[in-house]
Design a binder for this molecule. Sequence first.
Ligand SMILES: [Zn+2]
Ligand SMILES: [Zn+2]
Length: 270
Amino acid sequence: MENFICKTCGVEYAESESPPERCPICEDPRQYVGWEGQEWTTMAQLKADGYKNDVRQEEPGLTGIGISPSFTIGQRALLVQTPGGNVLYDCISYLDDEAIAEVKRLGGIQAICFSHPHFYDSMVSWSRAFDDAPIYVPDADREHVMRPDSAIRYWDGQPLELVPGVTLIRCGGHFEGSAVLHWAAGAEGRGALFVGDSMAVVPDRRFVSFMTSYPNLIPLRADEIQAIVAAVEPYEFDRIYGGWWGRNMMSGAKEAVRRSAERYIQHIGG
Ligand SMILES: [Zn+2]
Ligand SMILES: [Zn+2]
């Protein structure tokens, strides 16, 4: 029995003897099936293929963990370290012994949560490597869980303080359960927001953007964008960490979110 991993979206599946027939995550209009057809790999195959975890400090108390060379969507997870425990926001497909040792040295993982289902990836394998850390999945997105597990706790979408000063906030948009994570002590105490692609830091790093589908370029409606802005409004933050290496907005982020939403809504004629 194997836990097969989709080679296009990177999501790990429940144990099976042979690869699943289809990947519902990729068949969803927000993603796409690979051009060579549905293909699968496994954690052991990724290791044999030479993949490694890439662990880097983003700022004191915040560590990024990616995969090198880039695999599937190419995102990196974020591990926020606090005196009350560590939280992993977003996940990746691969986890090697070196990364496990480094994360343990940083204090392990007390909770795992996500921006959205494209980044659930190998969440159960990660949880098992860190004492069955609880995995928070919004109730609204439970149909997108491809490897059910007893570590998964379905969450009603109300703001949830996972450890003191680290709060999971549902904002919707890209997925109904899309969420951001607020770290009050981040950015030297000015507050930081982790967003994945609940809002995407664009290459100029002065704006964010919003999409129903990023690969297929399906925009969001004005009311959905306004709901995202409203969800983060009660929180103080000066910095945004996006879902990919370097896609960060180092200061002025709260005002940039408002400005970005206005610009976008103007362009879609709202
Ligand atoms: Zn897939
Ligand atoms: Zn996505």
